[in-house]
Every structure is written in structure tokens, then in C-alpha cells.
Design a protein around this ligand. Structure first.
Ligand SMILES: Cc1cc2nc3c(=O)[nH]c(=O)nc-3n(C[C@H](O)[C@H](O)[C@H](O)COP(=O)(O)OP(=O)(O)OC[C@H]3O[C@@H](n4cnc5c(N)ncnc54)[C@H](O)[C@@H]3O)c2cc1C
Length: 301
């Protein structure tokens, strides 16, 4: 079964888009803003907060980046209007990072300024290593100029410890995750246990250094390490939060909430669901099972 799982995982690009769509449904709220609002309402009712991502990445035309800004402004207005507990997550390449860094920074500033006006918050997702330097620079500029903004750091990158040393004096708000992109060994830890160890090391460093941390993982060992660290440091539940992705391990979600911690769920929505869904499916340990059932025309179990 493990070999079959691996074959399916590497063969995912050859699986028909309609099958990918069926299997990946659980990871995406839907195509419209109303779908995201209804997913947020359900999670808020469970006691969880949300962060909403408009699906899309790597635009090459300036007009598409401008359209993405408009989508985010309207999303922030909707969150305010609907009185739901959610902030937003953005991807710099969707806002033109690969076209022009200054233009991208100005687009992100427009979104962050709107969030500041509404007393909301923008999280800048971290993409592959070709974006890391520029994303950090944009974050530093906006943190100083506007506030109401946070960044993501990836425990698999060698540089993350140094980045934390440089960011801590600014009182950063950091989502810490393992990292999802396929990075070369020259810049990233490759072994599962080493990434875990670096997650724990960097999480402790951030929390001890006074940063607000979004502990973003479904790895129960890391969730335990997070709970143990905040207890040891005597932190208040408002000083940090756990974060999980929509569609992954609702039981762990309930466990975290049941222990009195705050938890935020990442909710993607939109028409451009394919690249995001592919990344999620590759991570799913039982992807072969789900793909096989969908191919046989059987529903999810
Ligand atoms: C809120 C949030 C935001 C994120 N933002 C970013 C970002 O900006 N940049 C970035 O590079 N990465 C981001 N990630 C992804 C992250 O880097 C990891 O790739 C992802 O969280 C899987 O790592 P893990 O810590 O859950 O551990 P893993 O060891 O991968 O997973 C632990 C367990 O969780 C379950 N699980 C994990 N993924 C799935 C899945 N897709 N389907 C079903 N079960 C699953 C399995 O039981 C697995 O054994 C984000 C993750 C979260 C939770």
C-alpha cells in the first residue's frame, strides 16, 4: 500500500482534473465568497477563528494582480459586514511579485491599509525560496509603515533561525509551518525528524522572544510540543494560536480547542483551486485510497 501511495502521489499530475477536483473538495470552501462565509460561520460556531485565502498564485500580467487586490478588498469588507471572526492570507506572487517587487509591495500595502482601517489583519504566506528575500523585505516595510500584518516562516529552511534572530527585535507576528515546496538540500533540511526538531527549536525561540506565533501544523507531536512550550513559558491563550488547514484532521482541531487554546483554520476559496489542491493531495497520507475510490465512482468515506 505504501508503494501504491507513493506511485499515486508522484503520478498526481496525470490524474484527470475532474478526479482531483472530487478528492480535493474537502480542502477548499468553494468557488464564491459566500462559500467562504458559510465555512467561516461553521468554524466560528465551533469556537475556531479563520484566515481566508483567495485561491491563485504566480500571476504574470499586472491586470491580474490588480484584480486580486480588488478581491481582497471586497473580502475584507465582507468579513466586516458579516461580523465573522476571520482575517486574510495572501500570496505575494498572486499580487505581482514575479512581475515587479515594488508594484507587489504597493498592492500588499493597499490590502494591509484596508485591514488596518477595519482593525483586521493580513498574513503574508511564504512561497518557494525564490520569493523568500523579497517577501521578508515587504513584510519589514509594511510592519513599520502600517502594522496589522504578519509573515510565515518555514521550519525546513536552514535560514529560518537567522531570519528569526533578525525579526525578533521588531516584535513580529509569525505563522510557523514546516514548509510545503520542494526545496534543494543546499538550503533546506530534508529529513522528517530534522524538520520537526527545527520546528520545535524555532517555535520556542519565537515564543521566548515575545513574538506572537501561529503554530501551524497537524503533526500531533508538534501540537503537543506547542502546548508544552506555552505552558512552560506561562503564556496566556491570547499570546499565540494554533492553525490548521480546512479539511485536515477535525478531531485534532477539536482536541486543541477542548484544551482551551485558540485555533485558526485556513480557508481557501475561488476558481483557481488546482495548484493548491495538488499540494494538499500530495501531503495526504491516504491519497491513493481517496483517488482510487473517486476513480471507481465511489463517494468519500
Ligand atoms: C494554517 C496553515 C498555513 C500554511 N501556510 C503555509 C505557507 O504559507 N507556506 C508553506 O510553505 N506552507 C504552509 N503550510 C503547509 C505546511 O508547511 C505543511 O506543508 C503542512 O502543514 C503539513 O505539515 P504538518 O506540520 O501538518 O505535518 P505532516 O507531517 O505533513 O502531517 C502530519 C499529519 O497531518 C495529517 N495531514 C497532513 N496533511 C494532510 C492532508 N493534506 N490531508 C490529510 N491529512 C493530512 C496526516 O495525518 C499527517 O500524518 C501551512 C499549513 C497550515 C496548517
Amino acid at each position: 500500500m505504501m508503494l501504491f501511495d507513493k506511485l499515486i502521489r508522484y503520478g498526481m499530475p496525470f490524474v484527470p482534473k475532474s478526479i482531483v477536483g472530487k478528492v480535493a473538495k474537502r480542502y477548499v470552501a468553494g468557488e464564491e465568497i459566500a462559500d467562504a462565509v458559510s465555512a467561516i460561520r461553521k468554524l466560528n460556531a465551533e469556537g475556531a477563528m479563520a484566515t481566508v485565502d483567495v485561491l491563485g498564485e504566480e500571476v504574470r500580467e499586472a491586470s491580474k494582480a490588480e484584480a486580486a487586490v480588488e478581491q481582497y478588498l471586497s473580502l475584507l469588507e465582507t468579513i466586516e459586514h458579516e461580523q465573522i471572526d476571520a482575517n486574510v492570507s495572501i500570496k505575494p506572487t498572486m499580487l505581482g511579485l514575479k512581475i515587479d517587487e515594488d508594484m507587489c509591495c504597493s498592492h500588499i500595502k493597499t490590502i494591509v491599509s484596508k485591514a488596518a482601517e477595519l482593525d483586521n489583519f493580513v498574513r503574508i504566506d511564504m512561497e518557494d525560496h525564490t520569493c523568500t528575500d523579497a517577501t521578508l523585505q515587504i513584510y519589514r516595510r509594511l510592519l513599520t509603515d502600517v502594522g496589522h500584518v504578519g509573515l510565515v516562516l518555514q521550519a525546513y529552511l536552514h535560514r529560518t533561525v537567522t531570519d528569526i534572530n533578525e525579526l525578533l527585535p521588531l516584535g513580529p507576528n509569525i505563522r510557523l509551518c514546516k514548509g510545503i515546496y520542494r526545496e534543494p538540500r543546499a538550503i533546506a533540511w530534508k529529513q522528517y525528524e530534522t524538520v520537526r526538531s527545527n520546528f520545535i527549536y524555532t517555535m520556542e525561540k519565537l515564543l521566548q522572544g515575545g513574538a506572537y506565533v501561529g503554530i501551524a501544523t497537524h503533526d500531533a507531536h508538534l501540537v503537543w510540543a506547542g502546548m508544552a512550550t506555552v505552558d512552560r513559558l506561562g503564556l496566556d491563550p491570547v499570546d499565540y494560536e494554533f492553525q490548521m488547514l480546512l479539511g485536515v484532521d477535525p478531531e485534532l482541531r477539536r482536541t486543541i480547542l477542548g484544551q482551551g487554546h485558540r485555533l485558526r483554520v485556513y480557508i481557501p476559496f475561488g476558481r483557481d483551486w488546482y495548484p493548491y489542491s495538488m499540494r494538499r493531495l500530495r501531503e495526504n497520507p491516504t491519497v491513493a485510497h481517496h483517488v482510487t475510490r473517486a476513480m471507481l465512482g465511489l463517494g468519500p468515506r
